[in-house]
Every structure is written in structure tokens, then in C-alpha cells.
Design a binder for this molecule. Sequence first.
Ligand code: GAR
Length: 208
Amino acid sequence: MSGAPAGKARLGILLSGRGSNFVAIADSIAAGRLDAEIAVVISNRADAPGLAAARARGLNAVLLPSQGLEREAYDRQLAVELRKNHIDLVCLAGYMRLLSPWFIREFPMRILNIHPSLLPAFPGLDAQRQALEHGVKFSGCTVHFVDEGLDSGPIIQQAVVPVIEGDTVETLSARILNEEHRIYSEAIASLLAGPRLVDTESSGTPAR
Ligand code: GAR
């Protein structure tokens, strides 16, 4: 990567499922709220609705099945696809697979994730259920850089969501999801508007 994008920032989206955060990012771009382009959407699952949504929008949608592949071997395929598309940022959008340390070192401070809790509270799976079981009065969502820990990288943006009497995992998740859709694009925009992205290339192969 050669610093901040000269043209539009090129996003590589990784997803495994529904893809509503990807759709929200695509909508922000279409509405002119986010000055970026989606260079590639990659799914590790053939049946991910998010992959179909990317195809329906005419985006470069790539299926890279992960089943049966060792983590780093798969991530090396991912990196090839991302570099081929000259991405500036990797945005995890419901990507339900841990990334290998190799991959994270390959794209340092270039991988973003959205997580449905106020990190560092409730990392990992079922964050909304964890929040309800803990009895918190407020939860929310977090956009953060991905590092080698579990949902532990530097925080970029958060939104607070109240827990309401009688909430179920479904009702709380839906309320949090609304905020996810707002803050993911805002976080990307704030990063792109900030100081030039530092050249953190580790492989010697510029991504763009
Ligand atoms: C979102 O709630 C996202 O925060 C969560 O998965 C959902 C994906 O929804 N991600 C994680 O829990 C990651 N640890 P989407 O496919 O509709 O964007």
C-alpha cells in the first residue's frame, strides 16, 4: 500500500452471512456519504446472502470457500485476491472466521471489524446474549482495527444502545444493528479523512 489513496479508497469486504453491514456501506457510498469504492466482496461461504447481494449490485463478488482449509493457507488465498484488487482497507462485515496472525501482519492497521458490543466488554461470539445475561443497562457496537487478539484492536468508533426491559437477543440485536449500519461507514470515512495512512507494507508487494 502506498499511503492514502490518490483516487477513491478501495475497500475489500469480507463476509460470511447476511451482509447487512456490507449493504449499509454500499448504500453510504451510493448516497455520497462515503468517498470510497468497493473493489471486491469476498465470502468464505457459498450460501451467504451477502454474496448474492453483492452480485445483485453488480459488484466484484468472489466466493473463496474456506471449508477444510487450514487457517493460514486460506488467508494466503484471501491476500492474493485482495492484492489483485489493490485494496486500501479490509472491512470485516460479519466475517465469522478468525484471521491468522500471518494475515494480520500482512495488512497491519488496515483491517477493520464491527462488533456488536461496547468493547472491551463481551468480545467473541454471541455478544448480544452475553450483554443480556450480564444484565448491563447499555450495550452497543464498536468499529475497531483488527489485531492478533480477540476483538482487542484499537477502537475507532462506538455507539451506545440502551437495553430495554423485556429485550430479547433478537430485539437488542436489531437495535444495535441499526447503529452498526451508521457507525461503520462513519468510521471508514473518518479514517480516510484523517492523516495519510502510514505505509505499513510488510510484504514488499504494494497493494496499490
Ligand atoms: C453483525 O451484528 C456484526 O456486528 C456481527 O455479526 C453481524 C453480521 O451481520 N459480527 C460479529 O459478531 C463479529 N465478532 P451482517 O452480516 O448483517 O452484517
